[in-house]
Design a binder for this molecule. Structure first.
Ligand code: HEM
Length: 150
């Protein structure tokens, strides 16, 4: 049981903390230092690596989350409100991530390969907004769990 909550928390920290770092720390530093071609290539390479970890985090969070719901509460109907809220909010995050992965990220990569910096910048701007939304939802889940449980 403690193994499942530990894996759940590690995966959530990697995903939410990674987005926080990208948005709050790396984005302004890259914007201040790098001209568009280098900056857009940097983001494309960062996403190549980070999104692999996000897929792993999603699988881990869902597997451990569903296991704990059935193990701790015997199913969704007896799970407390904060768990249902965590589940629902996390599913929204997963859908947003999948949209980012299969739409603007794929197009960002193609635009970067073609050296089309204007198109790449437009896709990066979309990703930035969606990552900001997911960061806020991720942090909100932690607040909901903190208030709901403690
Ligand atoms: C990014 C998304 C998520 C974050 C940030 C997150 C965060 C957390 C945190 C901080 C806890 C620790 C609560 C404690 O102190 O014990 C927790 C526990 C838990 N989470 Fe999540 N979670 C996420 C997604 C999910 C999903 C998708 C599910 C269901 C499929 C889920 C189910 C659970 C369950 C069942 C517990 C244990 C609750 C208990 O018995 O106390 N979580 N989660």
């Amino acid at each position: 049981m403690s193994l499942f909550i530990s894996l759940h928390l590690i995966a959530a920290i990697i995903w939410v903390g990674g987005m926080f770092f990208a948005y709050v720390v790396l984005r302004p530093a890259a914007a201040a230092l790098l001209p568009p071609p280098e900056r857009l290539q940097l983001w494309s390479l960062c996403f190549d690596r980070f999104f692999l970890w996000v897929w792993g985090a999603i699988v881990t969070i869902l597997a451990t989350g569903y296991f704990m719901i059935f193990n701790n509460y015997g199913g969704f109907s007896d799970a407390p409100m904060f768990v249902n809220a965590m589940h629902g909010m996390a599913l929204v995050m997963v859908l947003i991530f999948m949209h980012v992965f299969f739409a603007p990220y794929k197009r960002l990569k193609i635009a970067v390969q073609e050296g089309n910096w204007q198109a790449a910048a437009a896709k990066l701007a979309q990703i930035r907004i969606l990552v900001a939304i997911n960061t806020v939802i991720g942090l909100a889940i932690i607040v909901v769990v903190g208030i709901g449980k403690y």
